[in-house]
Structures are given as C-alpha cells and as structure tokens.
Design a protein around this ligand. Structure first.
Ligand SMILES: [Zn+2]
Length: 547
C-alpha cells in the first residue's frame, strides 16, 4: 500500500513547496497512536530513526509521558488520548469487563460494543461507541465549528472508536479479514473501496521475509519461550498466502492503515477548508508484534524500522499537499519483553505468572473450600471471573453473606501469593480520590483509582509484582502489558509541526494533556475543570489558559 502513497505524493511534489512554519493555527490535527509503543522502546530506538518518527522527535518531546492509570490496556489507553480524561471518567476501565446484569448469556462486555444487540457476544459483537461516557476532541471541534470533520482509521476497532467518539464522519478499522466501519448511512469512500481490494489481492499472495538491517541483525538471536510457545527473536515477517494472523502482526497492517488515512486526506480534502479537521490514526501492528514476539528481538526492530519509514511517507504526502497541519504521536500503553529474554539481560525477577492465580482457577478452589456453588454465569463454572490480575468479579447470585465470605477469602488468598504485590477492594478504591499530582508520584492505589468506574470495575483488583508477565500459556501470545508499573504506563508524547523544532522535556506529562493542548493550539475553548488534563505550555503555539 505504500506504493499508493508514493504515487500520489510524487504527482504533486513538483507543484507544491514543502510546508513552511504556518502563521495561523493548523487546519488539520493528525493524532497517531502507536499501539504498545513504550517510552522504553522510543528511547532505545530514537537514535535509529531516520524517517517520520525522527521528524516528529525533532519537535517537542515529552519523554516521560504517562498513561497514568493502572489498567494499561488498549481501550482505556485510547479513551484518554482525545478526551482529556482518565478512565475513571471515560468509563473505559478495561478492554473487557463483566456485567452480570445484562440479558445475554455472555456476561462479558467488550469496551467498543453494543451488548444490547440481539444475537451478539463479547467476541462476535456489534461495534459501538456507547460505553465512552465523555466527548472526544472531534465532538468538541464540531460543536464549535459545525463544518469540522473527524476521521478515525485504525488496525483495531476499539482504537478507532475511542479516538473517533460519537458520530465521526468516517471510521474505518481492520476487523480480522478486511477494513470495516460501524457507521450506518455513510458513503463508503472510493479510497476505501480500492484499498480493500488491494489488501485482499496482497493477502492472497505470500509475503517474502523482509531484508534486515545491520542494527536489527544484532537482535536476531532465537530465544526459547516457556509455556508451550515457539522460540522468538529471529523473525522477518515472511508469511504464507492468506495468513491473516501473520498479516496483522507485521508492518503490512500499519502500511495499509496509513494508506487509507492518506487516501481520505485527499478524497475528503481534509485540512483544506476554513474549519479545522481531525484525523486520528491507530497503528496497531507494534502491539501485535510485541504480543507475538516480545519487544527486544529482530521482529520488533524491523517493525519499528518500517513504521518510521511509513510515517515518513505519510508526512511527505501532507507536505506535498501544502496542508497546514500539526501531529501528535503517542501510545495507548507501554509494554515489556518476554521474561525469558529479560532474564538473559539481567532482570532476575522476570517470570511468568503462576496459572493458579487465574480468577477461574482461584474461584473453583475457593468454592470447594467454602462449600459454595456458583450460578453458572461465569466461565468454567467458577464463582470468580476475570484474569490473574486487574479487575476480578464475584458471582452476584450468591447470597450476600457468601459473597462477603468469598470476597474476604479471595483477597486473602491473592495477598498470600508470592507473585502478588497488592490487592484492593472496590470499597477501598472508591474511597480514594482521583489523584491530581504528577503521575510518577502516584501510589498503586491511586493508579488503580484512575481506572475505576462503579458498575463496570470488579469487586477487587489484583496487582502482580513488577516483572511478572501475566501470560502462562504462550501458544498464542508470549508477552503483554496491562500492569500499573511504569514499563506499561510510560509512553512518549510528541508534538510536531512542519518547520518547528522543539526540545525534549524531562518533566512528566499525561496523555490526558493532549486534548487541552491541541485545543489551545487551534483556539478551541475548553470549559475549565471539565476534564482531567492540563494544557502543556512547553508546546509552541499554545496560549494555555491560566490554571
Ligand atoms: Zn494497545
């Protein structure tokens, strides 16, 4: 798909000079979320970048950006990016939670679905923004400038939904086999029609392995993985014809996502009218690569090399069009490498989680001990549901006294386990105020509080010890994120505008600060106190309101 970008860009390069420092507020805000792009990865690869990420890194770089909350997953993370709010306000507490009050048999609820639709489940769902409880930047822009357009394109539906909010003008996301939309009655752009056909044709062909680089070759040692998975470390993204799993965990997915975004810039004439437009782009392949191969092998190296180049091509297209634009690049959460390779690198405590900590296993063990029988609503006939960390739910059909006994026993059992750092009950969390101090100073309980929303969060919350990877069975996934530790919370936040150079800022910033900062740049009023975030005065062209 990158050929699409190149062809379009070169056609206009002769006619258009590259953008100069614009004297007026930008007409196109481009917000790029690189899924699982931790600040640790950004720091490691910053000297290697020569393309688009290098250009963006010449702007204002917040190297200590934070997704401040505890539940560092894709949906909560994306819900903070363009709302200015923590998940405690957005309502997006996790990718999936449990709602025992809903009608359908599957009590799990996916963050970006409408579970009231008949015949749906949390895995076969109708995409919807209904769980997002606060407005997004695009909605505020439309309220202020009715002609403003919002477009969201992503490799994941939940990223496009959380960044695009309610009623964007276009929303496209990869859904397993092709790009899809949840918007009814919206004309399908020709660029999407063409891209879908081109992707289907490319997928039907095998993909040869990528050429490596000297730097990436230094990372090409295979490492054995515990938990039944295959060794990782030396992959170069060769894939068989039709292999959808390999496709989405490769640079191909991001290239296609950016090609659709570029096509929509042209077809919709984004950034070329009086009212400013918003283009939110979710680049999801880095996350799939991290989950499938870990973060320190040749696979991630090649992924980030390609990502840097693809973003560079995309920016060249915007330059060629003479668009007055501003870019923010950040991430929905960080991540960490597989524990096996971390131990080789000297992280002595790196380990995989004990499967006995899984909520279903723990629930069955405690039910036997306490003489309880569940309602059968939960998976694996357990009285607890959830995972080995994060929100865990107690079967509400149990009599109140039994629920209390079970909760007390479960909290004690988790606390007693050597891999568990802390357990907080919903009551404890609810009694804690949402913190407003710098995110690096927050206690674990404060981090959990910023992820808590009553009615969606669990009955208690488990925090595993630092460097415990909550993946025991590695046949599908070898590494993950989701903890309140800084390797999962710390993300880069880059602001860049053509012609501007900035500095690297060491003091912390939060992803909730992106909305008020962009609002200040485009002179969009935001009601004081209406959001958690604060305008970042270190970014050029902001006239931040007084705090
Ligand atoms: Zn993610």
């Amino acid at each position: 798909m990158r050929k699409l970008i190149f062809a379009a860009a070169t056609a206009l390069l002769a006619a258009q000079a590259s953008a100069q420092t614009p004297p007026t507020p930008p007409k196109l805000l481009v917000v790029i979320s690189v899924d699982q792009f931790s600040a640790n990865l950004f720091d490691e690869y910053r000297p290697q970048f020569t393309g688009g990420i290098a250009r963006l890194a010449s702007g204002t770089v917040f190297d200590n950006g934070f997704q401040s909350h505890a539940a560092t997953e894709t949906c909560p993370g994306h819900s903070t990016l363009l709302t200015g709010d923590h998940p405690s306000r957005t309502g997006i507490v996790a990718n999936t939670w449990i709602d025992q009050s809903i009608e359908r048999a599957d009590k799990r609820v996916y963050c970006a679905e409408d579970e009231t639709q008949p015949g749906t489940s949390s895995t076969d769902y109708r995409v919807s923004p209904r769980h997002l409880l606060v407005p997004t930047l695009g909605e505020l822009m439309k309220a202020h400038w009715p002609a403003s357009r919002t477009v969201a394109v992503s490799g994941k539906d939940r990223a496009a939904v959380m960044m695009g909010g309610q009623r964007p003008d276009q929303r496209w996301y990869w859904r397993g086999k092709t790009f899809d939309t949840d918007l009814a009655g919206v004309t399908v752009p020709q660029t999407v029609v063409r891209a879908k056909a081109a992707i289907a044709a490319a997928l039907s062909q095998p993909q040869p392995p990528l050429d490596s680089t000297p730097f990436c070759q230094t990372k090409g040692q295979e490492v054995a993985v515990g938990g039944g998975g295959k060794p990782v470390g030396g992959g170069r993204f060769g894939r068989a014809a039709g292999d959808l799993t390999a496709f989405q965990a490769s640079p191909e997915l991001d290239g296609d996502t950016l090609a659709i975004a570029a096509g929509l810039v042209d077809e919709m004439q984004l950034g070329r009218r009086a009212a400013p437009d918003l283009l939110a782009i979710g680049l999801s392949a880095t996350d799939h690569v991290g989950h499938d191969y870990g973060t320190e092998g040749e696979e991630m190296c090649l992924q980030l090399t390609e990502l840097d180049r693809e973003i560079g091509d995309f920016l060249k297209l915007l330059d060629a069009r003479g668009i007055n634009y501003e870019v923010v690049l950040t991430a929905d959460h960080g991540g960490k490498d597989i524990p096996e390779r971390e131990r080789l690198a000297g992280v002595g405590d790196a380990a995989r989680v004990d499967p006995a900590l899984g909520a279903s296993a723990m629930g069955r063990a405690l039910a036997a001990k306490l003489g309880l029988t569940g309602s059968g609503l939960f998976a694996y006939a357990s009285v607890l549901d959830g995972r080995s960390f994060g929100d865990i739910f107690v079967d509400r059909s149990l009599p109140a006294a039994d629920r209390e006994r079970l909760l007390a026993a479960a909290v004690a059992a988790y606390r007693a386990h050597p891999q568990v750092e802390a357990v907080f009950t919903a009551r404890q969390i609810a009694e804690t105020p949402v913190p407003t101090s710098p995110p690096e100073t927050w206690t674990l309980l404060q981090r959990v509080r910023a992820s808590y929303y009553p009615g969606r969060s669990g009955d208690f919350y488990v925090v595993l010890k630092k460097d415990v990877t909550p993946v025991a069975d590695t046949r599908n996934t070898v590494a993950t994120h989701g903890s309140p530790w800084d390797y999962d919370r710390r993300v880069p936040i880059l602001f860049w505008r053509p012609g501007e150079t900035g500095t690297t800022i060491q003091h912390s910033a939060e992803t909730t600060d992106i909305l008020p900062t962009l609002a200040a740049i485009i002179r969009l009023p935001v009601q004081p106190g209406s959001i958690d975030g604060h305008c970042l005065k270190d970014v050029p062209d902001t006239s931040c309101p007084a705090r």
